[in-house]
Each structure stands twice: as structure tokens, then as C-alpha cells.
Ligand binder design. Structure first.
Ligand code: CP
Length: 311
């Protein structure tokens, strides 16, 4: 069913800013764009003449490349700049870097930064649209949108599903955006992980904190394992990765508690054998590569909607 909707957002800073109708509209738009990537000529003229800059201050494989592919498939001109190759290494502030990029009149800047709130700061200082490609432990909105799209594709709906998110919830921007997104769309979200990696306020976000992974996964329709983000832990918050794998790793025995048709998700990159058993990562219930495929479609939809294509 097609949804009529006016998408009025100029920036995509987090799913907290999007209404359920906005999310549904992005998913519907992404579903319609997915077919373009199946064609032999994978290009449409929709964003011809638009300029998109990827400004990545942290490493990325999936997000950066899929935003670039998405923009190129819509005929926008794309440029990549990373912190290592920019004047940030000479001491230039992020806002100064952004203002200089803005002086070249881009239409959209996609930013990944280790500091929560960096995309919002950027949006306050420049005229171009800003998309948050992951800021610190805050939000990763395009990841949650591609996760929602993947679940809807496999389950036919989101409302009423039981979604278990397992691992380092405190440091995971993916977990935060997914808790917001799945609860807004009517799913029941449960989280589990080491007590040191579960932030306060989970109930206020609409999710349920389960004492064990088994409790979270029981009867779940979707099981999402998260990467342990050692780079964001200021102090060691785990006794060892081996112990983490024993108590919190998703294994065939854990998955046996989920619904028989439950799907396994992971935002990547995977620490194989720690948060997820390699046989499950590569098995028939895994939709991990579908998430990556849908990432291109979701990012095409976001670029289209914020750069005036919807008009
Ligand atoms: N899921 C995700 O953000 O992956 P990258 O760090 O490779 O972009």
C-alpha cells in the first residue's frame, strides 16, 4: 500500500526527530528505489546537478560506500573527505572544516564523527542538508532505517514483532536508533548485555531490559547482535571477550529459544565467535548481507527526500 506523506525534514540527525509516518514514508520510498540497483544500468537522473560530500572522521566500510553508491546511482556528484586526509590533522576545528566545505556550496554533507552531537552542530552552522552517518554513542539513523526495511521485507510487518538487541547497548548508536525506530513502529524491543554495558533509562526509551540473553531471545522474531565497541570504552567494562562470548554470544543454543522463523541481524563489522557464532552469521537465518543491500536503497531514499526530489 502506498502512503501519501509530505516529508518536511531538511536534515536527518536522528530517528528521535522522525514521526512514525516519516519513517514509513522513507521505507516506502526505499522499497521503490531498490529495483534501480537490480538493473544492468544502475543510474537514474533524479539528483543530477546536486553535490554530496561524505565527511568521515571515523572509519567506515558499509555506511560510507553505500552513501556514495546511493548518490552516484541518482547521478549526484560525490566527494569523500576523511579526517586523515583533511586539515583536521593540522588542528582545524570541525565547524571550520564544515564552513569551508559549505563555501563550495554542496547540497548535502554526510558526517560520521566520534562525538555525539557533531552532526547537529554542523547543521546549525551551514546551509546544506546534513545527514548523521553515526555520531559517537548517540544515533545512526540510516542504519536503523535499513534495519527496519530489512525486517519489513522478511516479516511483512514491524508492528507486534519481538525484537531482541543483544550486547553493548551503552556505546551503540545503532542500538539507540533501533530502539527508537522499532518502538515508534510498534515492535516490542528487549535488550540484554553485561550490566556495565546497559545504560540507565532503557524503560524510558520504550524497551525492556532482560536479565539474561535467553530471556531476551525467547520467542523473538528478530535477534540483533551488536559489536563490542572497545574503542568507546574508557575503562575495561568486561572481564574478557572470552567470557562475553560465553554469556552474551548468540549461539545455535540461544537461537533455539527464538521463534523458528526468527532472523539474525548484525550492523557489522562482526567480531566472529564473540558476539555471533560464525555458522549463524553465514547461515540461512542470517539477513546480514540483506541489511547491506538495503542500505543503498535507504540512503538513496534519504538523499532524494532531503534534497528536494520529493517536490
Ligand atoms: N554498520 C556500520 O555503520 O558499518 P560501517 O562502520 O562499516 O559503516
Amino acid at each position: 500500500m502506498s502512503v501519501e506523506h509530505i516529508f518536511s525534514h531538511r536534515h536527518i540527525l536522528g530517528l528521535a526527530d522522525l514521526a512514525p509516518a516519516d519513517i514509513a514514508f522513507v521505507l516506502q520510498t526505499a522499497e521503490s528505489f531498490k529495483e534501480i540497483s537490480q538493473r544492468s544500468i544502475k543510474k537514474v537522473p533524479t539528483l543530477r546537478g546536486k553535490t554530496v560530500i561524505n565527511l568521515f572522521f571515523e572509519p567506515s566500510t558499509r555506511t560510507r560506500l553505500s552513501f556514495e553508491i546511493a548518490a552516484k546511482r541518482m547521478s549526484a556528484d560525490t566527494f569523500n573527505i576523511s579526517s586523515a586526509g583533511s586539515s583536521a590533522v593540522k588542528g582545524e576545528t570541525m565547524v571550520d572544516t564544515a564552513r569551508n566545505l559549505a563555501a563550495m556550496n554542496p547540497d548535502c554533507i554526510i558526517i560520521r564523527h566520534s562525538h555525539s552531537g557533531a552532526p547537529e552542530l554542523l547543521a546549525r552552522h551551514i546551509k546544506a542538508s546534513v545527514i548523521n552517518a553515526g555520531d559517537g554513542a548517540h544515533e545512526h539513523p540510516s542504519q536503523a532505517l535499513l534495519d527496519l526495511m530489512t525486517v519489513r521485507e522478511h516479516k511483512g510487518r514491524i508492528e507486534g514483532l519481538k525484537v531482541a538487541i543483544i550486547g553493548d547497548i551503552t556505546h551503540s548508536r545503532v542500538a539507540h536508533s533501533n530502539i527508537i525506530g522499532f518502538t515508534k513502529m510498534g515492535a516490542e524491543v528487549r535488550v540484554a548485555g553485561p550490566a556495565t554495558l546497559i545504560p540507565p533509562g532503557i524503560a524510558a526509551m520504550g524497551a525492556r531490559h532482560c536479565a539474561t540473553v535467553r530471556e531476551a531471545v525467547r520467542d523473538a522474531d528478530v535477534v540483533m547482535a551488536l559489536r563490542i565497541q572497545q574503542e568507546r570504552q574508557l575503562d575495561p567494562l568486561l572481564p574478557s571477550l572470552r567470557e562475553y562470548a560465553i554469556f552474551y554470544g548468540i549461539t545455535p543454543a540461544v537461537m533455539a529459544l527464538a521463534r523458528p522463523d526468527a532472523i539474525i541481524m548484525h550492523p557489522g563489522p562482526i567480531n566472529r565467535g564473540i558476539e555471533l557464532d560464525p555458522a549463524l552469521a553465514d547461515g540461512s537465518r542470517s539477513v546480514i548481507l540483506d541489511q547491506v543491500t538495503n542500505g543503498v536503497a535507504v540512503r538513496m531514499a534519504l538523499l532524494y527526500l532531503i534534497m528536494g526530489g520529493a517536490e
